[in-house]
Design a protein around this ligand. Structure first.
Ligand code: HPA
Length: 275
């Protein structure tokens, strides 16, 4: 079933009545990066189960709730736990929250994720600014009737990751002395990790990191005119880059290990966010 205005509006109404504020920035937290919500001041939590139309997350390391609070001096709406295509959702459910955010008045989106490192100069624990993405291997969340009230049928994707926001993140990282890499994120459907041959192919295509989330949300947000920033946590080297076997536990462990510096960086970025 394709979601429509009624469902997005009902979810937005519920969230609005619970938070009693008008945040402009939303932050989506990736696997193992959920501890950012611990540094939110005056948090108000809403379980996904209490929001009409919100799917339930099924992935370990992704508990499902929205947390509204103050970070870096600004009110933010944080999504702890997201919906992945590999969980079996229709692509429109994977991005359900983005149009709800838009109806809430959110204009800016920070998306984060766990990713496998393809660039051999990266190491697990590195943070990577997403400068652009590759998404040949999954359906578009914009497939279907276009909703002109959100954006055009054929959106331009050439500045999907806002260059002004990228510069702000780089300055924030410099100030905190956190090494922030930059690169291209390739989106694959999962849930299986990639084969070494797929990783070699992705490297030839120009990808620096690979993951199973984020891109549908970015496409949807950019379509409706939001300013988007993306940060990947390189939780492991991708298949075949070294001898190590891949597993979800390593992804969660690395996310937890860098949780503190990730939270510090995001707080500094939000404090500098031009809003
Ligand atoms: N591949 C795909 N998704 C991922 C990986 C990976 O190696 N690590 C974390 N998410």
């Amino acid at each position: 079933m394709q979601n429509g205005m009624k469902q997005w509006q009902a979810a937005a109404d519920t969230i609005r009545s619970r938070i009693g504020g008008k945040p402009k920035i939303a932050i989506i937290l990736g696997s193992g990066l959920g501890s950012l919500v611990d540094v939110l001041e005056e948090p108000i939590e809403i379980e996904y189960g209490d929001i009409p139309g919100f799917p339930e997350t099924t992935v370990k390391g992704h508990s499902g709730r929205l947390v509204y609070g103050k970070l870096g001096g600004k009110q933010v709406l944080v999504m702890k736990g997201r919906f992945h295509f590999y969980e079996g959702y229709d692509i429109s459910q994977v991005v359900f929250h983005i149009r709800v955010f838009k109806l809430l008045g959110i204009s800016d989106l920070l998306v984060t994720n766990a990713a496998g490192g393809i660039n051999t100069e990266f190491k697990p624990g590195d943070l990577m600014m997403i400068n652009d993405h590759i998404s040949f291997f999954a359906p578009s969340p914009l497939r279907g009737v276009n909703m002109e009230e959100f954006g055009p049928r054929f959106p331009d994707m050439s500045n999907a990751y806002d260059s002004g926001l990228i510069a702000i993140a780089e300055e924030a990282a410099k100030k905190l002395d956190i090494s922030l890499k930059g690169g291209i994120y390739a989106f694959l459907q999962g849930p299986m990790f990639e084969t070494p041959a797929e990783i070699r192919a992705l490297r030839m295509l120009g990808a620096d990191a690979v993951g199973m989330s984020t891109v549908p949300e970015v496409i949807m947000a950019h379509h409706s005119g939001m300013n988007v920033m993306g940060i990947s946590c390189i939780t492991n080297m991708a298949a075949g880059v070294n001898e190590n076997k891949l597993n979800h536990e390593e992804v969660i462990e690395t996310g937890n290990r860098v949780g503190k510096s990730f939270a510090a960086l995001v707080t500094e970025i939000v404090s500098r966010w031009p809003l």
